[in-house]
Design a protein around this ligand. Structure first.
Ligand code: SF4
Length: 316
């Protein structure tokens, strides 16, 4: 079983763009061996051909419409009907994340051009979300949804992939013979990863796992999954995650010499002001996990958030 991502079909999979092309995408190509992709092209799903007239979002009489760029043909009702129908039949329990084409009037989740008038020289009004991407993002808060443009940013990409694989691992817990044992193990292995993202959510998750007596396993699992939204929705920020770094550092304090200690604390200070990355500080800690063979920390996903070598997905 692999993690599963819903993806815009024009991102490496299908020549379905308005100009008949398909887009290359290094990240998606790199992920293909480890992820099952399900693809969708809402514009083709409503019967538009490829190539076709480009469409745009236009406000007419206060209503957001999806219109042909030149002809002004109105695709709004068909797209609304498709989106409703598609979302209704979507079995969310099968997916771990969504990657959508950026800036598309259909798939875009933000920064989509929104015009104030139709015609050959339309007036740009503001930025909005696409008909499909915007609706997915609004309704499925428990899934990480990103556009391919934002995923070019290393931090956003790492957060996305971390959440995809966290979600996948938690989904697997639901198939285990003992859900509670699975949750206890999940919580333990992901403790420092979740602490880096959101400490108060980590505490609430811990309470859910600890206070499972007298409750049905399915209810405990549902409550845990629900609280995980606070982790998926969090961002890795210095300040929040320094606490986690210092916690892990605490395991080694007595085994390190004064030079190593001051080097580490100096890296923390540099990280606080943005001169070194989170990954750099983490790698210092990882080298000590290996050196001192700390079995508990070796299991921690903060040191191994993806089940493959992260270098494979780095930009050249
Ligand atoms: S952005 Fe969405 S609707 Fe447009 S071609 Fe790609 S998959 Fe189809």
């Amino acid at each position: 079983m692999k993690a599963k991502i819903l993806c815009s079909a024009c991102l490496t999979f299908c020549n379905c763009r308005y100009d008949g092309s398909v887009l290359s995408n290094k990240l998606i190509e790199a992920l293909k061996p480890d992820i099952d992709f399900e693809v969708v092209c809402p514009e083709m799903a409503i019967g538009l051909p490829s190539p076709r007239e480009a469409i745009r979002i236009v406000s007419t009489k206060g209503e957001k419409k999806l219109l042909g760029s030149y002809t002004g043909v109105d695709h709004t009702d068909q797209m609304h009907a498709f989106v409703e129908n598609y979302i209704e039949q979507l079995d969310l329990s099968e997916f771990d994340g969504v990657i959508l084409k950026c800036k598309s009037p259909t798939c875009g989740i933000k920064d989509v051009k929104h015009y104030g008038s139709a015609g050959k020289t339309p007036m740009l009004q503001t930025k909005t979300s696409g008909f499909f991407g915007g609706e997915l993002k609004k309704r499925f808060k428990q899934l990480v949804i990103e556009d391919e443009g934002r995923l070019n940013n290393t931090e956003i990409r790492n957060h996305f992939l971390t959440c995809v694989f966290l979600h996948f691992k938690l989904r697997q817990v639901g198939n285990e013979r003992s859900i509670i044992d699975g949750l206890v193990q999940f919580h333990s292995h992901n403790k420092y990863l979740m602490m880096a993202y959101n400490q108060s959510a980590l505490k609430k998750l811990g309470k859910i796992v600890a206070n499972h007596a007298h409750l049905k396993d399915e209810d405990v699992y549902a409550a845990y999954k629900n609280e995980m939204e606070a982790i998926y929705g969090a961002e890795l920020r210095p300040g929040k995650n320094i606490n986690m770094l210092l916690h892990v550092y605490g395991y080694f304090k007595k085994d390190l010499n004064e030079f190593e200690k001051s080097f580490f604390l100096e890296q923390i200070e540099l990280y606080k002001v943005g001169f070194v990355s989170f990954e750099t500080v983490l790698m210092v800690l990882k080298s000590w996990v290996i050196r001192f063979q700390n079995g508990y920390l070796m299991e921690q996903t903060i040191f191994n958030a993806f089940p493959f070598d992260g270098n494979r997905i780095r930009e050249d």
